[in-house]
Design a protein around this ligand. Structure first.
Ligand SMILES: Cc1cc2nc3c(=O)[nH]c(=O)nc-3n(C[C@H](O)[C@H](O)[C@H](O)COP(=O)(O)OP(=O)(O)OC[C@H]3O[C@@H](n4cnc5c(N)ncnc54)[C@H](O)[C@@H]3O)c2cc1C
Ligand SMILES: NC(=O)c1ccc[n+]([C@@H]2O[C@H](COP(=O)([O-])OP(=O)(O)OC[C@H]3O[C@@H](n4cnc5c(N)ncnc54)[C@H](OP(=O)(O)O)[C@@H]3O)[C@@H](O)[C@H]2O)c1
Length: 446
């Protein structure tokens, strides 16, 4: 019997498990599956942890999410085609839920069957080698201090790529009297009440960490961008300046001459694709981009078609794109999809990579990833979902952000799965301090 190892039980690993479950429900004979998850439970980044640094076994903590984190895109853009928000919550809910609500939704889809039996929890994969047409996977059961070697025909890497921080150094950091940290270790904005906060970066973490600190009472927030300013209309108390030049004592000095007293520096400088458990010839090496090279259809490792990667792209689309990838990967593994010859594979990868390199603005990037996801969607029996509507939603969302970065999360979108229209949330995001599922779902509009 074919044996498949899935590395990680975050949203991508769960999409993979779900795809096999759906095939089995249709009467197909599925491979034997083992999913390895180094955390105690499933859900990946969405499974919030208070921990930073190492876990109780000395393993690096993968979690990068924090308290009061709300979805930064409309939930209608990530909805599962085979499990709608309406089905899960029993009623339409607003478009921008907090983390706990999305976690509840992700887990709701997989917890009904017996998928949990296929996951080995608290078990880290520490080495994968390819020999004699198979993979030897070495794993570490952290609870029982047991090491095992198992043989698999296919390996699916779904270990995420927003867990290992990229940490640059700036002159003056060694003698800075305050705190220096990466957004990976950011857990609670309350900590920075009445503090002068410097945020370095110009992407989603920089934007959201800056706004979190502002919302929960920081004295000032100064964002230092490197290449392109985000350029939003920031609220009073938040400003965006050019790149940090150096720290001098507790003073941050920026390239444009701007100076700011600082209590804390939060590096929002992104993450590394990091696969210490993979041998060189199997290892994806890429920065955070929309089409990492060497992955056919963004999924199949060019040099070894028994190795598949999920979710390695920079992400506008998330959960339903992961599903389209998983359904495609499943059909490759189950031999329902025949891969073309090597030169065709090379040509297809090069086509996407060179298209990506020409993209100039967010609208084009949204189009690019929508086209990619639509193509994959057409290759499997993943249920019907209106990606054209999702494309339109993403562009509207981008424009809402430009209009007002403090109010874009108050907007409402329609479902590409059920057509239902999200109600407006009872409390505007800027004043919604409680992010619990109970408050989000139950309170009446005020
Ligand atoms: C701060 C932050 C906020 C985000 N907010 C949003 C949002 O609002 N909306 C959205 O759609 N997306 C958001 N994302 C994007 C996020 O990447 C995806 O939503 C999603 O979590 C990706 O799923 P994944 O399965 O690829 O990775 P992950 O969620 O990272 O899951 C990977 C899993 O693999 C496990 N693992 C890793 N290595 C090993 C190993 N060697 N052995 C065993 N197990 C292993 C990890 O423990 C983890 O459980 C956010 C990301 C970050 C960092
Ligand atoms: N739900 C939410 O609200 C929320 C919040 C946070 C994050 N997220 C998600 O988390 C994921 C990761 O986002 P991210 O922003 O952490 O990573 P990212 O999108 O990969 O961006 C990395 C940022 O780091 C900057 N950078 C790199 N090296 C730097 C250096 N030496 N000095 C200064 N800046 C440097 C880059 O700037 P250059 O452009 O100059 O290279 C870029 O702005 C995304 O999927 C995002 O959606 C979501």
């Amino acid at each position: 019997m074919t044996k498949v190892a899935i590395i990680g039980a975050g949203p991508c690993g769960l999409s993979m498990l779900r795809s096999f479950e759906q095939a089995e429900k249709k009467g197909e004979k599925i491979p034997e599956i083992v999913c390895f998850e180094k955390q105690e439970d499933w859900g990946g980044l969405w499974n919030y942890s208070w921990r930073t640094g190492s876990d109780q076994y000395g393993d690096p903590v993968p979690n990068s999410m924090y308290r009061y984190l709300w979805s930064n895109g409309p939930k209608e853009c990530l909805e599962f085609a085979d499990y709608s928000f309406d089905e899960h919550f029993g009623k339409p809910i607003p478009s921008f839920p907090p983390r706990e609500v999305l976690y509840n939704y992700i887990i709701g889809r997989v917890k009904r069957g017996n998928l949990k039996d296929k996951v080995k929890f608290s078990t880290s994969v520490i080495n994968i080698i390819y020999k004699e047409n198979n993979f030897e996977v070495t794993s570490h059961d952290k609870k029982n201090e047991k090491f095992s070697k198992d043989i698999f025909d296919y390996v699916v890497i779904s270990s995420g790529h927003f867990s290992v921080p990229f940490i640059p150094e700036y002159p003056g950091m060694k003698s800075f009297p305050g705190r220096i940290m990466h957004s990976h270790d950011f857990r609670d904005a309350e900590e920075f009440r009445d503090k002068n906060v410097i945020v370095l970066g110009s992407s989603y973490s920089a934007e959201d960490v800056a706004l979190q600190c502002h919302k929960y009472g920081a004295k000032s927030v100064t964002i230092g961008y490197r290449h392109n300013a985000m350029g939003f209309k920031w609220p009073n108390g938040v400003k965006e300046v050019h790149y940090l030049d150096r720290l001098d004592g507790n003073k941050a000095i920026f390239k444009d001459g701007h100076q700011q007293e600082a209590d804390v520096i939060i590096l929002c400088s992104g993450y590394l694709h990091h696969f210490p458990f993979l041998k060189e010839e199997l290892r994806l090496k890429t920065k955070n981009r929309l089409y990492p090279p060497k992955l056919y259809k963004g999924v199949v490792w060019q040099d070894n078609h028994q190795l598949l990667y999920l979710g390695m792209q920079d992400q506008f689309h998330t959960f339903n794109m992961f599903d389209c990838q998983a359904w495609y990967a499943r059909d490759v593994i189950m031999n329902k999809i025949k891969l073309p010859d090597n030169s065709e594979i090379e040509k297809d990868i090069n086509k996407w990579v060179s298209m990506e390199e020409k993209l100039e603005n967010p609208d084009q990037m949204i189009d690019f990833q929508t086209e990619y996801t639509k193509e994959l969607h057409g290759l499997s029996d993943y249920p019907k979902i209106d990606f054209e509507l999702i494309r339109k939603h993403f562009k509207e969302w981008e424009h809402h952000k430009v209009e007002d970065i403090m109010t874009y999360r108050n907007k409402s979108f329609s479902s590409a799965v059920t057509g239902s229209i999200a109600p407006i949330h009872h409390t505007p995001w800027a004043t919604a301090m409680d992010d619990s599922l109970k408050t989000f779902l139950n309170k009446e509009k005020i």
